[in-house]
Design a protein around this ligand. Structure first.
Ligand SMILES: [Zn+2]
Length: 90
């Protein structure tokens, strides 16, 4: 289990964002066609595979594609990303 990066709710490890936050965050996803994050900066990445949507942490490595935290996946599978939220203050 891992906790949601946004609200702290416990969710299966394949998601670092819970379904509730996912709905709220949906408009904030940035298409990789639009822009990519600064290389080597940790962000939240999104793609869909045959099992459904995958959300995890990853790094954009410039022309080498993406690397993922806790996932083995093709380097160019990411379709959307967003910056990590700020850490909680309490
Ligand atoms: Zn959440």
């Amino acid at each position: 289990m891992a906790s949601c990066k946004f609200c702290g709710k416990q969710e299966p490890v394949m998601y670092c964002v819970c379904a509730g936050c996912m709905d709220k965050l949906r408009p904030q996803w940035i298409s990789v066609k639009e822009r990519t994050p600064k290389p080597a900066t940790k962000v939240i990445v999104y793609w869909e595979n045959s099992g459904g949507p995958v959300i995890c942490e990853g790094y954009y490595m410039g022309e080498d594609g993406w690397s993922y935290v806790g996932w083995e996946a093709p380097r160019f599978i990411v379709t959307h990303w967003m910056p990590l939220p700020s850490p909680p203050e309490d």
